[in-house]
Design a binder for this molecule. Structure first.
Ligand SMILES: NC(=O)c1ccc[n+]([C@@H]2O[C@H](COP(=O)([O-])OP(=O)(O)OC[C@H]3O[C@@H](n4cnc5c(N)ncnc54)[C@H](O)[C@@H]3O)[C@@H](O)[C@H]2O)c1
Length: 255
């Protein structure tokens, strides 16, 4: 087991990539604190893990809520004594062209996908320093690297996540705080279904997305969870500031 006795916080673990990551971490021996804005979904995944005899606990938390994050994380740090891994995965997709997307929507996108990562990391940093190390993993995207039409705010947020990852890696290196991100291609989750549904022809959008992946299918949440397990494990002890692209070859073969 690659994460035996580690304690990991996984945000956005109520669905999709976060949910699979929580399960994979638990299977590797970690105790997983399942964070989600939707308390019922957090409880559902934590219960599922616990029923399998593994360690987990749910935590309802909106990662954009500064006051709550400060309060809840400081309580959690006291309760858990030692937290080893923080996975900043919660994210949303707010689509719209530059002409249509309002500043309010822009702010919502940035608050959820980017500011929350800084907020969570800022709160746990001293704890990691005191413990002489820790691991922060962020969910970026292939959208960190390419521009997508009608998706400016999302792409900008994810490009910034990748840069934030590098900067945090530099800040943390001398304190043994490793920081990396994953860049998924299109992954079958409720979020991506919402993205397709927002397109004029959802089925055509889905078919087009599949066609972008040379491997011939969209990703499964488990494909990304496996990358997170690797980056959280000792196998990645010399990896920091990196972006692990997990995209079925998408970035190699853009039309
Ligand atoms: N699905 C994809 O194709 C894809 C591709 C690249 C990157 N990503 C990124 O992966 C991450 C997970 O995406 P997903 O597709 O699994 O999404 P999802 O919508 O399936 O699951 C996201 C979970 O995050 C929770 N959440 C949303 N806002 C939150 C908040 N403010 N505080 C706490 N929890 C919150 C939701 O309740 C949900 O349970 C996101 O950062 C997303 O941008 C997804």
């Amino acid at each position: 087991m690659r994460l035996k006795d580690k304690v990991a916080i996984v945000t956005g673990s109520g669905a999709g990539i976060g949910r699979a990551t929580a399960k994979f971490f638990a299977n590797e021996g970690a105790k997983v604190i399942c964070v989600d804005i939707d308390g019922d979904k957090a409880k559902e995944i934590a219960d599922e893990i616990s029923k399998e005899g593994k360690k987990s606990k749910p935590l309802e938390l909106d990662v954009t809520d500064e006051k709550k994050v400060n309060e809840i994380l400081s309580n959690l740090i006291n309760d858990e004594v030692k937290i080893d891994i923080l996975v900043n995965n919660a994210g949303i997709t707010v689509t719209g062209s530059v002409e249509d997307l309002t500043i309010k929507e822009w702010d919502r996108q940035m608050d959820t996908n980017l500011r929350s990562i800084y907020l969570m990391s800022n709160n746990i940093w001293k704890h990691f320093k005191n413990n002489k190390g820790g691991i922060i993993l962020n969910t970026a995207s292939i959208a960190s690297k390419i521009g997508i039409a009608n998706d400016a705010a999302y792409c900008a947020s994810k490009a910034a996540v990748e840069m934030l990852t590098r900067c945090m890696a530099k800040d943390g290196a001398s304190d043994k705080i490793r920081v990396n991100c994953v860049c998924p291609g299109f992954v079958e989750t409720p979020n991506i279904q919402g993205y397709f549904d927002a397109q004029p022809d959802p089925q055509a959008a889905r078919d087009f997305a599949i066609s972008l992946h040379p491997i011939g299918r969209m990703g499964k949440p488990e494909d990304i969870a496996k990358g997170f397990v690797f980056l959280a494990s000792e196998d990645a002890e010399w990896i920091t500031g990196s972006s692990l692209v997990i995209d079925g070859g998408l970035l190699t073969a853009l039309p």
